[in-house]
Design a binder for this molecule. Structure first.
Ligand SMILES: [Zn+2]
Length: 108
Protein backbone atom coordinates (compact mmCIF):
# COMPACT_ATOMS: atom_id res chain seq x y z
CA UNK A 1 0.00 0.00 0.00
CA UNK A 2 1.06 3.57 -0.68
CA UNK A 3 0.01 6.60 1.34
CA UNK A 4 -1.59 9.58 -0.38
CA UNK A 5 -3.29 12.70 0.94
CA UNK A 6 -6.79 13.98 0.19
CA UNK A 7 -7.39 17.69 0.62
CA UNK A 8 -10.28 18.68 2.91
CA UNK A 9 -10.72 21.95 1.00
CA UNK A 10 -10.52 21.11 -2.74
CA UNK A 11 -10.72 17.31 -2.63
CA UNK A 12 -7.61 16.75 -4.71
CA UNK A 13 -5.70 13.57 -4.01
CA UNK A 14 -1.92 13.77 -4.22
CA UNK A 15 0.92 11.28 -4.01
CA UNK A 16 2.33 12.67 -0.79
CA UNK A 17 2.25 11.48 2.76
CA UNK A 18 1.69 14.88 4.39
CA UNK A 19 0.25 18.31 3.63
CA UNK A 20 -0.12 21.01 2.63
CA UNK A 21 -2.25 20.39 -0.47
CA UNK A 22 -0.11 21.05 -3.58
CA UNK A 23 -3.17 22.34 -5.47
CA UNK A 24 -4.63 24.92 -3.08
CA UNK A 25 -2.20 25.08 -0.18
CA UNK A 26 -4.73 24.02 2.45
CA UNK A 27 -3.11 22.53 5.53
CA UNK A 28 -5.97 20.17 6.40
CA UNK A 29 -5.45 16.91 4.51
CA UNK A 30 -6.35 13.30 5.25
CA UNK A 31 -3.87 10.47 4.72
CA UNK A 32 -5.24 7.45 2.85
CA UNK A 33 -3.81 4.18 1.61
CA UNK A 34 -4.07 3.12 -2.02
CA UNK A 35 -3.30 -0.19 -3.70
CA UNK A 36 0.16 -0.58 -5.21
CA UNK A 37 -1.05 -2.80 -8.05
CA UNK A 38 -2.72 -1.34 -11.10
CA UNK A 39 -3.58 -1.94 -14.73
CA UNK A 40 -1.87 -0.23 -17.66
CA UNK A 41 -4.29 2.06 -19.51
CA UNK A 42 -1.85 3.60 -22.00
CA UNK A 43 1.86 4.28 -22.41
CA UNK A 44 4.38 5.98 -24.65
CA UNK A 45 8.14 6.24 -24.95
CA UNK A 46 9.66 9.72 -24.68
CA UNK A 47 12.76 9.70 -26.85
CA UNK A 48 13.47 13.44 -26.85
CA UNK A 49 12.69 15.05 -23.47
CA UNK A 50 11.49 18.68 -23.44
CA UNK A 51 14.10 21.42 -23.50
CA UNK A 52 15.27 22.45 -20.04
CA UNK A 53 14.43 18.98 -18.72
CA UNK A 54 16.95 17.26 -16.51
CA UNK A 55 15.80 13.96 -18.03
CA UNK A 56 17.60 12.10 -20.75
CA UNK A 57 15.62 9.88 -23.05
CA UNK A 58 14.36 7.41 -23.68
CA UNK A 59 11.93 6.83 -20.83
CA UNK A 60 8.43 5.40 -20.66
CA UNK A 61 5.41 7.38 -19.43
CA UNK A 62 2.32 5.42 -18.48
CA UNK A 63 -1.28 5.97 -17.38
CA UNK A 64 -2.19 3.38 -14.74
CA UNK A 65 -5.56 2.65 -13.09
CA UNK A 66 -4.85 1.53 -9.56
CA UNK A 67 -6.85 -1.28 -8.03
CA UNK A 68 -8.92 0.95 -5.79
CA UNK A 69 -9.91 3.57 -8.30
CA UNK A 70 -7.54 6.44 -9.00
CA UNK A 71 -5.93 6.67 -12.41
CA UNK A 72 -2.49 8.24 -12.32
CA UNK A 73 0.35 9.07 -14.67
CA UNK A 74 3.86 7.85 -13.95
CA UNK A 75 6.92 6.17 -15.33
CA UNK A 76 7.72 2.56 -16.05
CA UNK A 77 11.15 1.69 -14.72
CA UNK A 78 12.04 -0.73 -17.51
CA UNK A 79 12.96 1.41 -20.57
CA UNK A 80 12.34 -1.57 -22.85
CA UNK A 81 8.76 -2.06 -21.65
CA UNK A 82 6.43 -2.94 -24.53
CA UNK A 83 3.00 -3.17 -22.88
CA UNK A 84 0.46 -4.58 -23.48
CA UNK A 85 -2.41 -2.34 -22.37
CA UNK A 86 -4.10 -4.20 -19.53
CA UNK A 87 -0.80 -5.47 -18.08
CA UNK A 88 -0.55 -5.54 -14.28
CA UNK A 89 1.93 -3.04 -12.86
CA UNK A 90 3.19 -2.46 -9.33
CA UNK A 91 3.86 1.00 -7.90
CA UNK A 92 7.40 0.67 -6.58
CA UNK A 93 8.45 4.20 -5.67
CA UNK A 94 7.65 7.87 -5.88
CA UNK A 95 10.66 9.78 -7.16
CA UNK A 96 10.44 13.59 -7.23
CA UNK A 97 6.61 13.34 -7.04
CA UNK A 98 6.56 10.92 -10.01
CA UNK A 99 5.16 7.41 -9.46
CA UNK A 100 7.48 4.70 -10.77
CA UNK A 101 5.96 1.37 -11.88
CA UNK A 102 7.34 -2.02 -12.77
CA UNK A 103 5.61 -5.03 -14.30
CA UNK A 104 3.82 -6.92 -11.51
CA UNK A 105 5.88 -9.63 -9.93
CA UNK A 106 9.23 -8.43 -11.33
CA UNK A 107 12.23 -8.54 -9.02
CA UNK A 108 13.07 -5.33 -7.20
ZN1 LIG B 1 -6.54 21.42 -1.91
Amino acid sequence: MTTIIECASCGRRSLRDAGPCPACGAAQVTAKSIADRGVLVSWTVIRRPPKNSAETGPYTVAVVRLGDGPTICGRIKNPEFQGPVGAALDLRAIESDVPVFEPAGSAR
